[in-house]
Ligand binder design. Structure first.
Ligand code: NAD
Ligand code: LMR
Length: 350
């Protein structure tokens, strides 16, 4: 543990035992936007105190100490403790929830293979640390890109942890699609339902409206009444959502931060608390082979959650267009998997 005078332990409020949450990249932008809301109850709910374990690389550990100081200054009633680490093994000791945000960003001139390899180094080490030290109940969401394949790498290095506990974030894409559909139909986001994100958290993702509803009616029907046909969905709506990350970078001058933090918090909260009756969300999870998506990749699916678990929504007969789009994104995931396998970066479970 980094020697932080700021580390605290106290008896927090709350009616259930405190849960231990490890946040990697805690001094980075998304980490900073996440930990205060986690301390305020947005991750585990208003009844569960949280013990935060912040992991950073050694050169950013000092900045993470500063984050810990600010957490203290929030005097959050639910914050049981906060500790800073630069050693993954220590950071994941007893961990019940992992928010795996820290990753190596793509720098100029870096090839995708270099990015995969740089991140594989990070996620293999963290996978092993989780395998050796995390609590039996451990579950993780990977935010750091390439998120799906990073989750696969971590899971492959943690053979003693059920693979389904390693998930990746596509809830942000799901939220983006809900918002864009609501805007297109001039309704509240509360009126839209049934969107599914398939495949990779990348521009190849398939944003599926075929089961979506707007105020209980098929979304495609409501869009058609507004003169927005399938061509519009294909040419405008899907790219708008799938390329939103790049658009944010262009307009804001930096990648999505608060919306990504919000999505990561909601991902875990929904997983633990459950989806509402009759509704689903999107999560990238290890494929079981469902919907024709081969095992061995972490793909986004529509899922329902209950009692701390999730289930891929039962397969339905997808149309030809959807099938081709799902297969295209899955092909990208398979190529990423092959690239890391060729580099010898997959662990013993692979
Ligand atoms: N899945 C999604 O929806 C989504 C959305 C937005 C961003 N992202 C990704 O999230 C990641 C984080 O974004 P950010 O804006 O916070 O980046 P950032 O560069 O601000 O922060 C990343 C932090 O991770 C730390 N880090 C790097 N390697 C680490 C390691 N081995 N252990 C612990 N910490 C480590 C860095 O020191 C840094 O503080 C990026 O990979 C980004 O592409 C994903
Ligand atoms: O960081 C990025 O490349 C984009 C990010 O994954 C996003 O979807 O906003």
């Amino acid at each position: 543990m980094v020697d932080v005078a700021q580390s605290i332990t106290r008896d927090p409020v709350g009616t259930t035992p405190a849960a231990t949450v490890t946040v990697t990249g805690a001094a980075g932008q998304i980490g900073y936007a996440t930990v205060f809301r986690a301390a305020a109850g947005a991750l585990l709910g208003p009844a569960t105190p949280v013990r935060l374990r912040l992991l950073e690389v050694p050169q950013a550990a000092r900045a993470a100490e500063g984050v810990a100081m600010e957490l203290l200054d929030g005097a959050f009633p639910l914050l049981a403790s906060v500790d800073v680490f630069d050693d993954p093994a220590a950071a994941f000791e007893g961990s019940e929830v992992g928010l795996l945000i820290g990753a190596k960003p793509r720098s100029q001139g870096m090839e995708r293979a270099d990015l995969l390899s740089a991140n594989a180094g990070i996620f293999s080490v963290q996978g092993r640390a989780i395998n050796d030290g995390a609590a039996d109940s451990f579950r993780a969401v990977v935010v750091g890109n390439p998120a799906n394949t990073n989750a696969l790498i971590a899971a492959s290095h943690a053979p003693d942890v059920p693979a389904e506990r390693f998930t990746a974030l596509t809830r942000l894409d799901h939220h983006r699609a809900e918002a864009q559909l609501a805007i297109a139909c001039d309704v509240s986001v509360n009126d839209v339902d049934g969107i599914a994100i398939w495949g990779n958290h990348s521009a190849s993702q398939y944003v599926d409206l075929t089961r979506a509803t707007v105020q209980g009616r098929p979304a495609e029907e409501v869009l058609a009444e507004r003169g927005l046909d399938r061509q519009w969905i294909d040419d405008f709506f899907i790219p708008k959502v799938a390329k939103r990350g790049a658009e944010i970078i262009r307009v804001r001058g930096g990648s999505s931060v608060a919306s990504a933090a919000h999505a990561a918090l909601r991902h875990v909260r929904t997983w633990l608390r459950g989806t509402d009756e009759g509704r689903w969300t999107s999560m990238a999870v290890p494929s079981t082979g469902a919907h024709g998506i081969p095992e061995g990749v972490v793909s986004s699916f529509p899922v329902t959650c209950s009692q701390g678990g999730y289930a891929i929504v039962e397969p339905w007969a997808v149309d030809e267009f959807s099938r081709a789009r799902i297969d295209r994104s899955v092909a990208e995931l398979l190529a990423e998997r092959e690239a890391v396998a060729e580099l010898g970066l997959l662990g013993p479970r692979a």
